[in-house]
Write a protein that binds this ligand. Structure first.
Ligand code: GLA
Ligand code: ZN
Length: 684
């Protein structure tokens, strides 16, 4: 696929809300001057601007936005235009209270905050469509409009009667009959059988919270409802501006775990947008983990976002300095802004956009980092950092027409599985940590510069040499069969503890472990042991003893080869790591949660066997340095980034050109500063 943005530039800019000082044109004059000096080429406008665009019902005021479009055009800046649905004006909520959200206790919210709207309300949908239509009619033909930014960070849920009714309709469409629904929810338990569709309520703290299927269906419904709302929002754009692509800004990677955004299934949502964009806020210099560790987690989030459409994506927001909502709002250390920005480009981003271009004077984000801070100067550290990134992006324009190197490794990540595993009344809530488990599998590949995709269950696995499928607790029989076929036809698969226990309805499989999993791995899982904090076991493999913790699957081997065994407890000496050859391929099963040294030694063997290691013409001295590749038919670009606070050396095996420094030839050795970034190119 190719990037649907017509622009041939990396985008550099961000959220701009001049609607906060329309009465001070001098401030806006100054902003646009500073945009030039910071080498910004794009503004995102209109986010949360509804009250300024439609001050009272049916009375519009577009003059100020016309002016912003004109100013941008006059200095060749592009505009990303947002729909204002993220925050409704007071008049709308006052007149039509149904547009406000109802919480899980059944209370209607008051006007306030943002993102506080019902996704079902016919009136809200109508009003949103109307203002979006006006925007499309007025700005759709502007030459510098490049993208629709629909709403802002969709999230949350509404429990109003309209949403409850929509949920019942969704269930009717899915299950057809109450008999089938009652079966799927195992409603014979605790006398829960529904006898009328009207009895169904979304899970909530004063009603049902322990019907696993209901909990999961509600989460699936919330994604579908949000997408349905999004589709309503974009109707006027599809009709009036079919050539302008549409996106909405996804979230992810927030501290402390740099976790994927939890509430919406982005794999599903991504099929509805033309280009993926997301808001990236890693807490650099946090002190509780190394910069390299956080870089690894951030790399994974970027790979996740790239994998959603197997295409380049946009960074719609990041902070040029610090945020105001991390537990501790630390400033980026000198060099870190360039390091962090080019890391995202390295993984396939085609933009570095900021929240925010001009700092707010009041309200909740007045102290959030911004390109232009309240002292309105171009002499701040942040302004210089942004200008440096602007200069980099200009120097590397040729790289815009490239994509991230195609990955041979895939890690399976599935939203239903994440929600189900977390909701399972088993194991230990504190240590399930599905996403952290994915990070731990990913680490080896990141440290060794081997590209990885993060894929859902519907992807074609045959495209990958290696598929890692960790903690796949909720697995359909269809997917188990798919894994078997993948291996039989030559793939290499790694599965882990807590896999293949329930079907897509959240009902336990009956009988022994799924037959297709048994055939694939050459074993059956008979029991899972959950440890308390501080309790450990060992996995003995490759002549070493590795510590393990949290979980141990206890296995019965049929015809797998045992590569590692447990060191302790009543299952000491039994299999903890296995290998099974099936047809043309191989399946490994990692039955216990081992320390990172085990992952390292295990994946090193797998990677060597599969010859995964890209033959890089650059040698590094430490795994704190990451090398990512973007390429096209003729050129290859190596992004070399030092994620440590010490300088290090890199060595070149062939002659390369230094893209950020006048395309000079480099050879031999070169030092890479702390947080330093270099980009080298070679002809293919
Ligand atoms: C989110 C929102 C922005 C802003 C930033 C602050 O990403 O989309 O409006 O609140 O957070 O970091
Ligand atoms: Zn609602």
């Amino acid at each position: 696929m190719t990037n649907p943005l017509s622009t041939t530039q990396f985008l550099h800019g961000g959220d701009y809300n001049p609607d906060q000082w329309l009465d001070q044109p001098a401030v806006i004059d100054n902003d646009f001057e500073l945009f030039k000096s910071a080498k910004l080429n794009t503004i995102t406008v209109g986010i949360f601007s509804w009250a300024k665009l439609e001050p009272s019902e049916g009375h519009y005021n577009f003059g100020w936005l016309d002016d912003i479009f004109d100013r941008a055009a006059a200095q060749n800046m592009q505009v990303i235009l947002s729909t204002p649905s993220g925050a409704r004006p007071r008049w709308l909520a006052a007149k039509y209270s149904e547009v406000l959200r109802v919480d899980e206790n059944g209370h209607r919210n008051e006007f306030g905050e943002r993102h506080n709207h019902c996704y079902t309300s016919p009136i809200y949908r109508k009003k949103v469509q109307l203002i979006n239509r006006k925007l499309a009619e007025r700005y759709g033909q502007r030459d510098n409009l490049i993208l629709w930014h629909v709403s802002n960070e969709y999230g949350g849920q509404c429990y109003c009667d309209l949403c409850q009714a929509a949920f019942r309709d969704w269930l009717k469409a899915k299950y057809q009959t109450l008999t089938q629904l009652n079966h799927a929810y195992w409603n014979g338990f605790w006398a829960h059988a529904y006898t009328d569709w009207q009895q169904i309520q979304a899970p909530n703290p004063h009603g049902d919270q322990n019907v696993m299927g209901l909990n999961l269906d509600w989460k699936r419904f919330v994604t579908d409802r949000t997408i349905d709302f999004f589709e309503t929002e974009i109707k006027p754009f599809r009709e009036l501006t079919p050539n302008i692509p549409v996106t909405t800004n996804f979230m992810g990677g927030n501290p402390p775990e740099s976790h994927v955004f939890y509430d919406l299934d982005y794999q599903k949502f991504a099929t509805h947008v033309d280009i993926v964009s997301w808001d990236s806020y890693p807490n650099w210099a946090n002190g509780y983990e190394s910069t390299a560790k956080l870089a690894m987690k951030t790399a994974l989030m970027n790979d996740m976002m790239r994998s959603l459409k197997q295409d380049n994506y946009l960074i719609m927001e990041n902070t040029p300095s610090q945020v105001n909502w991390h537990p501790y709002n630390r400033a980026k250390r000198p060099g870190m802004h360039e390091m962090a920005s080019l890391q995202e480009i390295a993984h396939g981003a085609d933009s570095i956009m900021y929240f925010q271009l001009h700092q707010s004077r009041g309200a909740s984000e007045m102290f959030h980092g911004a390109v232009i801070t309240n002292n309105l100067s171009d002499q701040t550290r942040v302004f210089k950092d942004v200008t440096t990134v602007g200069a980099d992006l200009e120097a590397m324009q040729a790289i815009h027409a490239t994509t991230h190197r195609i990955a041979e490794v895939a890690i399976v990540f599935d939203y239903d599985n994440m929600w189900a595993l977390d909701d399972a009344r088993n194991y230990a809530n504190a240590t399930k940590q599905y996403w952290v488990t994915i990070q731990n599998q990913y680490q080896y590949f990141w440290e060794h510069d081997i590209p990885v995709d993060v894929v859902g269950t519907d992807v074609d696995l045959a495209a990958y040499k290696l598929v890692i499928d960790p903690m796949h607790f909720m697995m359909s029989k269809g997917f188990a069969a798919k894994l078997k076929t993948y291996v039989a036809q030559g793939g290499t698969l790694v599965g882990t503890y807590i896999t293949g226990l329930v079907d897509s309805n959240f009902l336990a499989y009956q009988g022994s472990w799924l037959p297709d999993l048994q055939a694939t791995y050459g074993l059956a899982v008979t029991e899972t042991d959950t440890y308390y904090p501080g309790q450990h076991n060992q996995i003995k493999a490759f002549g070493n003893t590795y510590e393990s913790r949290d979980y141990s699957d206890i296995l019965t081997i049929s015809d797998a080869e045992v590569l590692g065994t447990y060191g302790q407890d009543f299952y000491a000496g039994s299999a903890a790591l296995t290998k099974h050859v099936l047809g043309q391929g191989t399946a490994y099963y990692l039955a216990g949660r081992g320390e990172s040294a085990l992952h390292h030694d295990f994946y090193q063997r797998v990677a060597t066997k599969l010859q995964l290691k890209s033959m890089l013409p650059i040698k590094k001295e430490t795994s704190n340095v990451s090398i990512q590749i973007r390429e096209n038919a003729t050129m290859r670009y190596y992004f070399v980034i030092n994620f440590s606070h010490q300088a290090t050396q890199i060595q070149f095996a062939t002659k390369l050109m230094n893209v950020l420094h006048g395309n000079q030839n480099v050879q031999g050795k070169q030092s890479l500063a702390a947080y330093g970034v270099q980009i080298f190119s070679e002809k293919k």
